[in-house]
Design a binder for this molecule. Structure first.
Ligand code: COA
Length: 257
């Protein structure tokens, strides 16, 4: 796995790949180079057989990601804006959303704008007690452009999503937990431990079934959701992992996936 990056740090800890955004002085804001590196690191981790899950986090104690890099914005027009959104979505945010391995956002501080959108694209979100989450784009005369209006609405419902997007206010970790925006809130010192524990629990299950479940859940946002679930369910009956899972149960032993 390539670990030669400038804006991110990639570590493998047994079967978990930890990708940390490493622009601490800029509160880990996502500039183009960082998005590019994230794209390559995530694709590599998804291909690497020994990796069963990914944790995304930020370097330092202050920020997960404080948004897209606003310093890159001033020269933008509508065409450049569309390109930015398209490129980011296709290279990073959609890749995470559709990944066949679980990806957990370990939110260690500010998760604002593109930072919250990055966490929203992940499959599970664990927040540290100091996390502050928000979509402040309207304060810049913009709206979220990396899927935030869609994924936030799907996750917390229209009412909470509109309040967060229209006010641009930041909410704290406990409030985020209460509306289902994050799955857990833990002390900062336990953030990676909790995220790794979740992945190790998932890793005990059939990798093929885990991928199929992600695809089926993702399809719930489309009109074909039930059909995708049916097909994914049916296909799993043809896998070795299915045979192992069922035999293990019947033989009263743990499955070996
Ligand atoms: N893009 C580019 N640079 C950013 C950034 C972003 N999204 N967020 C923070 N930074 C930079 C700051 O410009 C500053 O750089 P400097 O030291 O070279 O001046 C550095 O990170 C530290 O930020 P600072 O604002 O001094 O920290 P703070 O603790 O006072 O405030 C925030 C923290 C998160 C409240 C504030 O940085 C902020 O509002 N950031 C922008 C959030 C945002 O609107 N995101 C959505 C973008 S679409």
């Amino acid at each position: 796995m390539n670990t030669d990056y400038h804006n991110i740090i990639v570590n493998q800890d047994t079967s978990t790949c930890i990708i940390s955004i490493n622009r601490e002085k800029k509160l880990n804001a996502l500039n183009r180079d960082t998005l590019d590196e994230l794209h390559h690191a995530i694709i590599d981790a998804l291909k690497e057989e020994s990796i069963r899950g990914i944790i995304l986090t930020g370097v330092g104690e202050k920020a997960f990601v404080a948004g897209a890099d606003i310093a890159e914005f001033p020269a933008f027009d509508s065409i450049a804006g569309k390109e930015l959104s398209l490129e980011g979505q296709s290279k990073v945010f959609d890749v995470i959303h559709q990944a066949g391995k679980p990806i957990i956002a370990a939110i260690n501080g500010f998760a604002l704008g593109g930072g919250l959108e990055l966490a929203l694209a992940c499959h599970v979100r664990v927040a540290a007690q100091n996390a502050q989450l928000g979509l402040p784009e309207v304060s810049l005369g913009l709206i979220p452009g990396y899927g935030g209006t869609q994924r936030l609405t799907q996750l917390v419902g229209r009412g909470h999503a509109l309040e967060i997007i229209l006010t641009g206010d930041r909410i704290d970790a406990e409030k985020a937990l209460s509306i289902g925006l994050v799955n857990y809130v833990v002390p900062l010192s336990e953030l990676l431990i909790k995220s790794k524990n979740l992945l190790s629990k998932i890793s005990k299950n059939s990798p093929r079934a885990v991928s199929a479940a992600i695809r089926a859940v993702n399809a719930s946002q489309t009109t074909e959701g039930y059909e995708v679930e049916m097909n994914e369910f049916a296909n799993l009956f043809g896998t070795e992992e299915f045979k192992e899972g069922v035999h293990a149960f019947l033989e009263k032993r743990k499955p070996n996936f």
